[in-house]
Design a protein around this ligand. Structure first.
Ligand code: MRU
Length: 363
């Protein structure tokens, strides 16, 4: 996607051999590029959310492993680097998927061939993610077109967190259909949940949509239900960090409440993700690891103050404790449809297997 007229992906190989990423911890106030020169840099970037979003976490881990292999291509070094990267964030399954794919490819060839192959494979993971997200956009756009035909006015879509191009390598998952629909000339508007505690909606989704010229309005997370009651939301469209084999959807905390409100108001609730986000090993959503992050993200907020500086301020009384579970699970029964690179399907085991029939033998 374009920022100030220049096309960017979120991750690319720099001319000096280091890996370049857009530093999302500085957005929306500063657009800057961070260089990752080692596996430690890559792990730190994921852990501190310089990069975030399920597909991008996987892509960064793939390049992180490539940086490690350049230093030491032995099986032992690959195993240690993969363990370090895997420990960075627990919920997005794309991380384990990317590391598993990289290891299988690398360990099948002699160490001397691994450095070049690792870079090639990491680049392939990125290119495939771009293709998949674009395909998600094409399939999801049809849903928006159907709504537009029915309502015959501007279509209002509500989204939570950031499932746009910043969360992926390009295009995004939930935002990809919105970009394609907007580019096709459709009149649409996006309600952007601010997404406390880290405000990925207010800082990242609003930044992306604004840079692309998509009309949008940032709202407090708690407003969505009332907007749905008032008929001001035509569809909810979100991403996911891990979809279970039966179609339950883990995504940024607050997603579940939006799904409940949508069901109560007859608003369709769509979840967009690539096949790499499905965890075929989990049937019971209680087994999805939910990340618990620092309470400081709840007790404090970061923003630009009146003198232009970016500052972090405390918003709770001294001594109050806070709990920061970063994700929740929306049960499949609340999901109207899943949107993947293969098309649209029901949120159920059968729905997923219909889209990914090659998994039938394993399920
Ligand atoms: O904690 P984050 O910012 O990594 O969480 C991101 C989300 O919850 C996104 O909705 C999800 O990764 C889907 S990304 C296309």
């Amino acid at each position: 996607m374009k920022v100030s007229g220049r096309h960017y992906r979120t991750i690319w190989l720099g001319p000096g051999g280091s890996v370049c990423v857009i530093d999302q911890s500085r957005l929306p106030f500063e657009f800057s590029v961070a260089e990752l020169a080692s596996v430690e840099d890559a792990a730190r970037a994921i852990r501190t959310m310089v990069v975030r979003g399920a597909p991008l976490i996987g892509a960064t881990a793939a390049y992180g492993l490539a940086l490690a292999v350049r230093v030491d291509p032995s099986d032992a070094a690959i195993g240690a680097a993969a363990a370090e990267l895997l420990a960075t964030r627990p919920t997005a399954v794309n991380l384990a998927w990317a590391l598993g794919r990289m290891r299988r490819r690398l360990e099948a060839v002699p160490p001397a061939q691994r450095a070049a192959l690792a870079l090639q494979e990491a680049a392939a993971i990125c290119d495939e993610d771009v293709e998949q997200c674009h395909a998600i956009g094409r399939h999801g756009m049809r849903l928006i077109e159907d709504i537009a035909r029915r309502v015959r006015r501007r279509v209002n879509v509500l989204t939570h967190c950031n499932a746009g191009w910043l969360a992926c390598v390009d295009w995004g998952t939930a935002l990809s259909p919105i970009y394609l629909a907007h580019d096709a000339g459709m009149d649409l508007h996006v309600w952007v949940d601010e997404t406390r505690p880290r405000n990925q909606g207010a800082s990242l989704t609003a930044f992306e949509l604004g840079a692309h010229g998509v009309p949008h309005t940032v709202i407090a997370d708690n407003l969505g239900g009332q907007l749905m009651r008032d008929g001001r939301v035509d569809a909810v469209l979100v991403g996911s960090d891990r979809v279970t084999a039966v179609g339950d959807v883990c995504n940024k905390v607050g997603t579940y409440l939006k799904a409940l409100a949508a069901a109560d108001n007859g608003v369709p609730f769509y979840v967009a993700f690539p096949g790499t986000t499905i965890d075929w090993s989990i049937d019971d959503s209680a087994d999805v690891p939910i990340e618990e992050r620092s309470p400081i993200e709840v007790t404090h907020v970061t923003g630009r103050v009146s003198n232009g500086a970016v500052a972090t301020i405390q918003i709770v009384p001294n001594g109050s404790t806070a709990l920061n579970l970063a994700f929740d699970v929306t049960p499949a029964r609340l999901v109207t449809a899943l949107v993947t690179e293969r098309g649209t399907g029901a949120a159920s085991r059968d729905g997923l297997l219909g889209l990914y029939p090659e998994r039938r033998a394993c399920s």
